[in-house]
Design a protein around this ligand. Structure first.
Ligand code: BEZ
Ligand code: FE
Length: 297
């Protein structure tokens, strides 16, 4: 009796082609390419390091725990991708930098959440969280320098102790704070008041923390503010501004800092006038920045 031998008596080497062949019928060309190459690299990796059964089960258990740690306000899989440099690598391939005047992009991170409030320009978005007042003024232009009105601008950042709202849900009674969705005005400008953020460790109380500790890696991210821009006729832009002079600027746990995104966060003495005309009785910071969007191809 003849037996189809495609998956019989496979060896350490022949198994790779046998598995790849099972994807031959994948209708989507790109999906087929991804599966076939994933199998090649996965099998090569296993052969190259001589992976043991214990190690494989440890890895599978790890991924299972990453899944369990993930939820609407905690994205442990995103964090895993971030600490392995995969998020930034994908972004670098997807958004080649340096060829245009467009503002450089960087990773999204795990703290973007839907459901943030949409607010008018000038709003205090701190949500009542105490801290050093910060006034942000932004301009959005196209690559020719023309202002772009009507851009939807998401912004989110930590408090002065490096914690996001979703990391202190109990204290904030599940209120979102230090995040908002704004829209650029007819001059392509947006502005808001909030509080100064701070450098912070990426969450280390989940499975990803085990990797950082095992490798004796710093979990720190330099101080930054996140932005996401959406406008009709333009490519979406996800980016961050990093504070010039931050002690962790050249040792970001998730590899996201780019020179062009380092920005002065200017400190002003008490008694100075804020950009909104308020005479401030405490020291405060201002940040001004122009963002350049690329026209959709
Ligand atoms: C963030 O900037 O919010 C972030 C990015 C990657 C990992 C953890 C946090
Ligand atoms: Fe962040």
């Amino acid at each position: 009796m003849s037996v189809d031998s495609a998956t019989l008596d496979l060896t350490e080497t022949s198994i790779t082609e046998a598995v790849q062949n099972t994807f031959a019928g994948t209708r989507d060309d790109r999906a087929r390419e991804l599966f076939v190459n994933l199998v090649r690299h996965l099998h090569d990796f296993i052969r190259e390091v001589g992976l043991t059964g214990d190690e494989w089960f440890t890895a599978v258990d790890f991924l299972e725990r990453v899944g369990h740690a993930s939820g609407p306000t905690r994205q442990e899989f995103v964090l895993l991708s971030d600490i392995l440099g995969a998020s930034v690598l994908v972004d670098l391939i997807d958004h080649p930098h340096g060829r245009t005047a467009a503002t450089e992009s960087t990773l999204l991170g795990p703290f973007f959440v839907e459901g943030r409030p949409s607010v008018p320009n000038g709003t205090d978005i701190s949500g009542g969280v105490p801290g050093t007042p910060l006034f942000f003024g932004g301009a959005v232009v196209d690559e020719a320098g023309a202002p772009v009105p009507g851009v939807r601008v998401d912004t989110w950042h930590s408090d002065g102790e490096g914690r996001y709202d979703v990391q202190q849900a109990e204290r904030l009674h599940d209120r979102l704070a230090m995040r908002a969705l704004l829209t650029t005005d007819e001059h392509g400008r947006f502005r808001y008041r909030s509080i100064a953020p701070q450098y912070y460790p990426v969450p280390t109380d989940g499975p990803c923390g085990e990797i950082l500790r095992a490798a004796d890696r710093s979990p720190m991210r330099p101080e930054h503010i996140h932005f996401r821009f959406h406008a009709d006729g333009f490519d979406p832009l996800i980016t961050m501004l990093f504070r010039a002079g931050d002690p962790y600027i050249d040792n970001d746990a998730v590899f996201g800092v780019r020179h062009s995104l380092i920005t002065e966060f200017v400190t002003h003495d008490a008694g100075s006038t804020a950009p909104d005309g308020t005479v401030m009785n405490v020291p405060f910071q201002t940040v001004d920045r122009t963002f350049v969007l690329t026209a959709a191809r």
